[in-house]
Write a protein that binds this ligand. Structure first.
Ligand code: MIC
Ligand code: SF4
Length: 644
């Protein structure tokens, strides 16, 4: 067996390990963050279960820590008290970014982890089968319910050699994105193997696992070996280590091979993580902003390298450089080693240990400015400046861009600093986590006015056997959940308030969408979204399904869909349908009236839908019988409650 099959096999509660078929997995750990966590915990509360049933469930606050008015702090207080009541562990604002904290403090080799954030697979760097999901799916996992996914195909990425010169872990995953594109990992787990693996530290592996999300992958796995053991020991958790790897004769569905020693510094150009070119090709391009941090590249080693490069130099005055350490442990190590001084002295700005500029929570670039970021997503507008041009690079490349005020050819950078090792006895920040009382009965969950109660949606067939609907918007390929439901400080503050956040659906794509969707639903009609390939890639935010549902969207018809978003559509009772014939996508115009015969929809079957003025077109669904029942019930919460 390969590693994926071993971990899945030991957690399988239903299904068989045939790629594509539905499997149910027992989940050991969950994590939520503030931007998705309020919904997830409200949904958990609605299930009426007194305590989480996982080994551990974390409630992190890291996305929106700006607290510009009562909304964020109210959310944070809710998340702290709800975790205490139901047995979750709370990590408050400023403690660190959920994925970095989880890697350092809680992730275990061989464990399953589901998190309401698409970069949850970061923990694959320590050999957890870690997957991103919508908040409601995580709530169910907290309730001890299995997590359902299609059994992934397993891709072996065979690493040889070792990184040399200025190449780094970021360049490994950028290389894979260059080869495979943002949809090249859908339905797959990427399992790293080969002699090159042992040359990578756990945080380097985590960088690679983190951006497996950009491939659309279900997860990424590194074996648990001596390197893993040394990392866990440094984190004071050697007892969590166990050796875990594939069998010598393991079989894989697909193969990739990367010679680490052949890699050079790479950059993903605006506005997709797969638009990858060598940094050398960008030579001379002025860089107005540099952002270092995010769950991809905010480890101790990443920031130490940056400090060493900046040491004794002044950042180009025309370049605004900011650094967000991944955790207070990282920050403390930098402080203890005197590494903050070179950072501050170079002119860089030290930000809080949080997501910050990565999610547009501050740190927007100048008008049409170039920003070099060590982050994982460069979708248009995500930075907060619509015409900014964001390049995704390694911390090494970012530090060089900050110094030079422009991209330069790595051949001119001289000798790179040596790869940092963790200090002998890293400081622990475990005392900063708030562990729940044995019994939460006496805990009062504190809410604020921005935390709005969950909406109850009717059954799909509430108004008859045929769904009469209107195509409210027609979109192209690779539409991200950032396009559907943008983030940024202002909109993020509304994550607990669906009626309010719904006003922002598709604003950056089509400012009239909400008006049209409302007009359709106020006239008693239903809405449909039509899209091209890979609809809903990117963030796991269930708001990208929930808010459209609030606006009356009942079906999405696309050429293909991203895994997590498709699951979120199901969770909120929206039909995910796929064109059987590619050419039919061009035939469905915005504004068209559609009839979907609900009674003719069968699990995995083809249904003929009628488009006014066009005729009958076949669409397929890839729903299991259980998923179809969920949609018919009007969503997962309804379905679970009916079952209970
Ligand atoms: C992101 O990077 O897009 C986020 C913000 O972390 C999201 C979660 C969210 O939208 O709250 C993600 O990756 O899932
Ligand atoms: Fe936070 Fe950015 Fe990572 Fe998302 S990708 S969890 S916003 S740091």
């Amino acid at each position: 067996m390969n590693l994926t099959q071993k971990i899945i096999g030991s957690h399988l509660v239903s299904g068989t390990m045939t790629p594509g078929s539905e499997i149910g997995l027992r989940i050991d750990q969950t994590l939520t963050q503030d931007a998705t966590g309020t919904m997830a915990w409200l949904q958990f509360e609605a299930l009426g279960i007194p305590r989480v049933k996982t080994d551990i469930s974390l409630s992190y606050v890291d996305h929106n820590t700006l607290q510009m008015n009562f909304r964020n702090p109210d959310d944070h207080r809710f998340l702290r008290t709800v975790a205490a009541k139901f047995g979750g562990v709370y990590s408050g604002p400023g403690t660190g970014i959920c994925h970095q904290l989880h890697l350092e403090n809680f992730a275990k080799p061989g464990a399953t982890l589901v998190g309401s954030d698409s970069h949850t697979p970061t923990a694959g760097g320590i050999c957890s089968l870690a997957m991103g999901a919508g908040g409601l799916s995580v709530a169910l996992a907290m309730a001890g319910e299995p997590y359902y996914i299609p059994m992934p195909k397993v891709v072996r990425v065979f690493l040889t050699g070792a990184l040399t010169g200025w190449a780094s872990a970021k360049d490994v995953i950028l290389e894979l994105l260059r080869r495979r594109t943002v949809k090249g990992g859908v339905g797959r787990v990427f399992e790293y193997a080969g002699p090159g693996v042992a040359t990578l530290s756990v945080p380097e592996r985590a960088t690679i696992a983190n951006m497996g999300a950009e491939l659309g992958a279900t997860g990424t796995l590194f074996p648990s070996d001596g390197v893993t053991r040394a990392f866990l020991k440094a984190m004071g958790r050697e007892a969590d280590w166990r050796e875990l790897g594939p069998d010598a004769d393991a079989a894989y569905d697909e193969e990739e091979a990367i010679d680490l020693s052949a890699l050079v510094p790479l950059a993903a150009q605006p506005h997709m993580p797969d638009r990858v070119v060598p940094v050398a090709e960008l030579d001379g391009l002025p860089v107005e902003q540099v952002c270092i941090g995010s769950c991809t590249n905010s480890s101790y080693a990443d920031l130490k390298l940056v400090a060493q490069i900046l040491d004794g130099h002044r950042i180009n005055p025309g370049t605004d450089a900011m650094i967000s350490p991944g955790s207070k442990q990282v920050l403390t190590m930098l402080a203890q080693e005197g590494l903050l001084e070179p950072l501050i002295g170079s002119g860089a700005r030290l930000l809080e240990c949080s997501c910050g500029p990565c999610i547009g929570s501050g740190g927007a670039p100048v008008t049409s400015g170039v920003s070099a970021r060590t982050f994982n997503r460069n979708f248009e507008g995500r930075s907060g400046t619509k015409d900014a041009k964001v390049y995704l690079v390694s911390p090494l490349t970012a530090a060089q861009a900050a110094l030079n005020g422009k991209f330069t050819d790595p051949a001119t950078w001289g000798t790179p600093p040596a790869k940092p090792e963790l200090p002998a006895d890293p400081p622990s920040i475990r005392h900063l986590f708030v562990f729940p009382p044995e019994n939460g009965d006496g805990v009062e969950v504190l809410r604020g006015p921005n935390i709005v109660a969950l909406e109850k949606f009717p059954r799909l067939d509430a108004s008859g056997d045929v769904l009469e609907a209107n195509v409210v918007i027609r979109l192209g390929d690779n539409i991200t959940t950032d396009h559907i439901m943008p983030a940024g400080a202002e909109i993020l503050a509304l994550r607990s308030n669906i009626p309010a956040i719904s006003e922002h659906v598709f604003v950056r794509v089509d400012p009239d969408f909400v008006k049209r969707a409302r007009a359709v639903s106020e006239a008693g009609g239903n809405g449909v979204i039509v899209a091209g390939e890979n609809y809903g890639q990117g963030s796991s935010r269930e708001h990208a399904a929930l808010a459209p549902r609030h606006l009356g969207i009942r079906a999405v018809i696309a050429l293909s869909m991203a895994r997590i978003h498709r699951a979120n559509l199901v969770n909120f009772g929206i039909l995910p349908l796929v064109f059987v014939n590619r050419e039919d996508y061009a035939k469905v115009a915005q504004g068209a009236d559609i009839r979907i015969p609900l009674t003719e929809i069968t699990p995995g079957g083809v249904t003929n839908i009628e488009i006014a003025g066009v005729g009958v077109l076949p669409v397929r669904n890839d729903l299991s019988a259980a998923e179809l029942d969920i949609i018919r019930s009007g969503g997962l919460l309804n379905a679970v409650k009916e079952k209970m």
